[in-house]
Design a protein around this ligand. Sequence first.
Ligand code: PHE
Length: 361
Amino acid sequence: MPEQITITLTALRRKAEDIRAELSLDQAPPAELTTKYLGKKGKFNELAKDIRLVAPDDRKEAGQILNELKESLEKQINKLTLEQDLAPEWTDMTIPGQPPKLGHIHPVSQAMEEVTRIFERIGFTRVRYQEIDWDHYVFEALNMPPNHPARDEWETFFVDAPIDKKFGKVVLTTHTSNGQVREMERLNSQPPIRMINIGRCYRRQQDATHTQMFHQFEGLVVDKGITIQNLKGTLDYFAQEFYGPGTKSRIRPFHFQFTEPSFEVDFSCHICHGTGLVDGKDETGKPAKVKCKFCKSGWHEVGGAGMVHPNVLKAGGIDPDEYTGFAFGWGVERTYTLKPGLNIDDIRLFYSGEMRFLEQF
Ligand code: PHE
């Protein structure tokens, strides 16, 4: 016996429409609506049962009508739930607003600005040269021909780029000394030169006192009659301005290819004032002078310096018989961590993005 057919597609459609209309007027909270319309014994399931009463040929289309109904019910209830979640029950318009978080200049940038100001006061010009440069400016013009062993000191990153016949390979600058010959060229080889070049440098090393990217500042002075005295006076001036009155500089013999003579530069420790000793206690607990833990020797080594090598002046088109000059260069981060009261023992913190650290400056 054929199944009794009691419901047409038109009737099914009308019933679906009715349910939809009912929901759109329903004031019950969204959680209840889910049960009422989509629950096991909900209105949708109630109607879905009717599919048995549809002619077999029409069942496919009936299924579609039901699917569409279910989707639109779900959509509508989700929308109501979302609106309920977003709508505050009550808004106090008198609550003060939340001020946006204000950033500030990064400590390393602050240090660079301070260094700039100190040198500008005595007539230096702040410049900044490229941080990706030719081998020529980073090494060769600085009296380090290809294959010279002195190059090994700089743990260089080479850039995978075509080699230039005249300027050689492309490198990430290992020091700001690339600015020396560039500055001579900028001034058409016409001294006087008083440059302070601050920029980023890169070396293949990473530990508590080294980051692969760091900053250096480089001083270069070229004029007639420049001597080591001018260098020493400049270093002392910087020491006092940056670290405070009474700080002294010390130069020790060293070797760089691009300076002759060359020095390492130390600044006196502001904790033990260059003595290496502070008040403490001996093994028996009696007051005594003990080794300064901050510097261990009275001095902090900060960087290199020297009198510009004649070959470097020549590379910049300047006659070394007529002019002499001095240069110095060292790390901004390291110089900064030695400031009185900072006591930062890991310079990687500067680049950690750690707000609890950065907010202190
Ligand atoms: N460029 C040297 C370095 O990175 C420092 C230096 C600069 C030395 C200028 C002498 C003169 O170690």
